[in-house]
Design a protein around this ligand. Structure first.
Ligand code: SF4
Ligand code: SF4
Length: 373
């Protein structure tokens, strides 16, 4: 964002009644006026005016933001707090003034191209190549599906094969860069991006499919905005499955299904309907909405470095989101993001089955013979 626009947005924010705080998940987690949209804007405003330096506490408050953009939905003057926070983090990283906890993730990505400290050589262990037939598609799995949520990666590859695609993966996939972009390590993120673009642009495939909305936003928005061009279109798995609605099976899941909108898929990229259409089809219309849904969906608590830096508060948010699914009587809490799935499934989800979209679609094939229409 250019400086004049940022200054104008911050000036408007300083004069606002600040009701957005009630929608901010970090206000819920800390129950304090510091980790709120307005407080973050004010810190940057004061720094611009020269009335306050960004001291250690200010930096902490700026890193307590999930960059979930929930505040933007409620903000009349459309102050983009998430973008302001991210730009400020980028400056802070350039000045070497960021929470030390982030050094670990930055160095793990530099060494092994994933934020979990896992060996790069194990990245594609989950993949068993199938006979390549049909339209060629490359699946960019992302780090979470590759190392922490193998069920999502395997279900995706099986599903794509079932739908007639010739599925390949990159032989040297690196982190998409999203955790780096979101925490201010933009230049390092771009190193990952350039490598991925070089490899993807040589891949024999017509499209790139992703399951992670963090990867989707990185590949389809952050890369081109920073001059990294991909030669093939990027599609999210929910959009691809929507194309095949007629081929999907309807099954009896024995309970209601609710959908958690990932922030990067919904508010950041405007994709709300495709996953709902898929769930409606496979469950025979047994989809129930949580009170906070679509553009008002609450973040799972795992965004923009929060779980790494403030695990306890991230968990407060994750638990609250799981409870919102229970409140509407859902038996299945489904999302379309390996990162959200991992977060929600690791909370107290007793009585709820937490699944990612390709996983529940694969389950519908197994349940299909039991369908009651
Ligand atoms: S972010 Fe928007 S709604 Fe919130 S205090 Fe600032 S101007 Fe007001
Ligand atoms: S982006 Fe999300 S966490 Fe950050 S201030 Fe806005 S609502 Fe709060």
């Amino acid at each position: 964002m250019d400086q004049a626009k940022t200054a104008e947005q911050l000036r408007l924010c300083a004069a606002c009644p600040k009701m957005c705080r009630h929608m901010c998940p970090t206000f819920l987690a800390w129950r304090s006026d510091s980790p709120t949209p307005h407080s973050r804007s004010l810190l940057v405003y004061q720094e611009m005016n020269g009335t306050r330096n960004l001291d250690e506490r200010a930096i902490e408050v700026l890193y307590q933001c999930l960059e979930c953009s929930q505040c933007l939905v409620w903000c009349l003057p459309q102050v983009d707090v998430a973008a302001i926070v991210e730009d400020t983090r980028t400056r802070l990283v350039e000045q070497q003034r960021y929470p030390q906890g982030l050094d670990k993730i930055s160095s793990m990505i530099a060494t092994n191209h994933n934020p979990f400290g896992e060996l790069h050589s194990k990245r594609s262990k989950w993949f068993t190549p199938a006979k390549n037939v049909g339209k060629k598609i490359v699946y960019f799995s992302g780090c979470t599906a590759a190392y922490r949520e193998n069920g999502i990666a395997q279900s995706t590859a099986s599903l794509l094969t079932k739908l007639g695609y010739g599925v390949s993966i990159m032989n040297d996939e690196w982190c998409c860069g999203s955790p780096l972009f979101r925490t201010g390590f933009r230049n390092q993120g771009l190193e990952e991006a350039r490598h991925n673009a070089d490899v993807l642009n040589k891949q024999d495939a017509q499209e790139i499919v992703v399951t992670c909305p963090g990867c989707y936003r990185a590949l389809s928005r952050d890369y081109p905005e920073n001059g990294v061009q991909l030669a093939r279109p990027v599609i999210h798995i929910s959009q691809l499955l929507e194309r095949h609605l007629d081929e999907l099976k309807t099954a009896d899941f024995g309970g209601l299904v609710t959908f958690h909108d990932p922030c990067h898929l919904g508010r950041h990229c405007g994709i709300y309907d495709p996953p709902r259409r898929v769930l409606n089809k496979i469950s025979g219309g047994k989809v129930v909405e949580m009170q906070r849904n679509r553009e008002n969906a609450m973040c799972c608590g795992n965004g923009a470095g929060m779980r790494m830096l403030f695990e306890e508060q991230a968990r407060v948010i994750g638990k609250a989101r799981v409870q919102q699914a229970r409140n509407v009587g859902a038996a299945y809490l489904v999302t379309s993001c390996p990162f959200c799935k991992n977060m929600l499934a690791s909370q107290d989800a007793e009585g709820l089955t937490v699944l990612d979209l390709p996983e529940i679609v694969m389950a519908s094939y197994h349940l299909h013979p039991k369908v009651k229409m």
